[in-house]
Design a protein around this ligand. Structure first.
Ligand code: NAP
Ligand code: G4F
Length: 383
């Protein structure tokens, strides 16, 4: 019999990659999904199996981290060997708008899962992974950040996650639970939510290249992040739960990059050079040149002339609406413990991450543009 895993947040970026990874390893995966007015299963549709199939390896349950009765029932029914608590209101800026909900889901939600496992007498059976975050370091007290670096959260999201981190440690110590925190630094992918900075950038650049959008407005261009690929990071989650003893691990690449440099690298991926000028809210990026060979290869010849006409124009601007009341300026992780104890190594570099994201978004936007164009033609035909 393979192991049984329960993933909260299975419809999110990490949940989708983790489900795929565990199914390939022979697990039966149960996932908790919130009810929404649409399916919202795009990221896991390729794994979905009809409920009438016997011996399914992916089973979805309706649930919510704010509903303890529901969580307790599902955990009791599933009897998981491993629980990955990935569900959260995960957007830092949005947490300033919804602080109470964020505290409930991201903070108390963790307690609800730990308590359910304890009350159901599953402590000897169920290992728990808590999705902790480099946002805990916030106003960083040490560079680079490692497991022993003091925390200084800078948003309602990070404060809620701080509770989640410590309640996991407390239940481990108080009740001898196999409960571990992965302190993951930013990780991205083609499945990243569209409002996180990397995906916002790769989508916008793809649209600018295909002449679907003129300009993109950003927030703080100077903050620095340690970006890895989500595919590498879900391997670390699994490895953490395979350890004999529970513990907390930083997962990071050890390389940090500004938002500004990320934007330049993503443009360069399709052969476009941009240069930044000005400061603060007046900062802009201007289109400088196009490498025709790379652009034709990555985007297509038909879009080249339109973009070349725009050389000298501003294509990136700053809008203060994207600034945060308190910002995390710098994150860079030291994953020595994970490398030595888990044998974990990232396979993607920032360059290959950007390549993967750009390739996917260009494809996606071409499809969108084609459908729009096709729709327009059909309308004309009927008029
Ligand atoms: P994500 O794409 O935003 O996915 C979050 C998931 O949580 C979604 O499936 C979402 O469901 C679900 N969810 C939100 N609120 C819920 C609730 N009240 N009850 C049940 N499910 C709920 O996030 P991610 O990037 O995959 O991140 C996974 C986890 O790692 C999160 O806890 C995040 O805070 C943490 N983390 C992420 C990073 C990173 O860089 N990605 C770094 C460190 C830590 P819907 O699909 O219905 O919205
Ligand atoms: O992509 P972000 O929104 O991610 P952030 O705030 O670092 O949080 C992500 O990583 C955390 C791990 O450290 C996770 F715990 C969390 O769940 C989430 O996955 O913003 C990154 C940086 C910030 O400094 C932000 O101010 O990019 C800056 N930024 C600049 N312009 C922008 C924008 N961020 C967004 N979302 N949108 C902008 O237009």
């Amino acid at each position: 019999m393979g192991k049984v895993a329960l993933i909260t947040g299975i419809t999110g970026q990490d949940g989708a990659y983790l489900a795929e990874y565990l199914i390939k390893k022979g697990y039966t995966v149960h996932g908790i999904k919130r009810r929404s007015s649409m399916f919202n299963t795009d990221r896991i549709d390729h794994l979905y199996q009809d409920p009438h199939i016997e011996d399914r390896n992916l089973i979805l349950h309706y649930g919510d981290l704010t509903d303890s009765l529901n969580l307790t029932r599902i955990i009791g029914e599933v009897q998981p060997d491993e629980i990955y608590n990935l569900a959260a209101m995960s957007h830092v800026k949005v947490s300033f708008d919804t602080p109470e909900y964020t505290a409930n889901a991201d903070g108390l939600g963790v307690l609800r899962i730990l308590e359910a496992v304890r009350l159901l007498n599953l402590v000897p059976k169920s290992r728990i992974y808590q999705a902790s975050t480099s946002e805990l370091y916030g106003l960083v007290q040490e560079v680079p950040q490692k497991e022993t670096t003091p925390f200084y959260p800078r948003s309602p999201y990070a404060v809620a996650k701080l509770y989640g981190y410590w309640i996991t440690v407390n239940y481990r110590e108080a009740y001898n639970m196999h409960a571990s925190n992965g302190i993951l630094f930013n990780h991205e992918s083609p499945l990243r939510g569209e409002t996180f900075v990397t995906r916002k950038v790769t989508r916008a650049i793809s649209r600018i290249a295909l002449n679907m959008q003129k300009k993109v407005y950003m927030g703080n261009l100077s903050s620095k992040r340690d970006w890895g690929h989500a595919k590498d990071y879900v391997r670390a989650m699994h490895a953490i739960l395979q350890q004999e003893k529970p513990s907390d691990y930083v997962i990071a690449t050890g390389i940090t990059t500004t938002i500004r440099d990320f934007i330049q690298m993503a443009f360069a991926e399709i052969g476009v050079e941009v240069s930044f000028h000005g400061e603060g809210v007046d900062e802009v990026a201007v289109l400088r040149s196009v490498d025709e060979k790379i652009f034709k290869n990555k985007i297509g010849e038909v879009y080249l002339e339109d973009l070349k006409k725009r050389i000298g124009e501003e294509i990136v601007g700053v809008d203060p609406q994207y600034f945060r009341p308190t910002e995390v300026e710098l994150l860079i992780g030291d994953a020595t413990k994970a490398r030595t104890q888990l044998g974990w190594e990232p396979q993607y570099s920032l360059e290959t991450l950007i390549e993967d994201m750009m390739l996917s978004d260009v494809k996606l936007m071409k499809k969108e543009s084609y459908l729009r164009e096709g729709g327009y033609k059909i309308l004309n035909y009927f008029e």
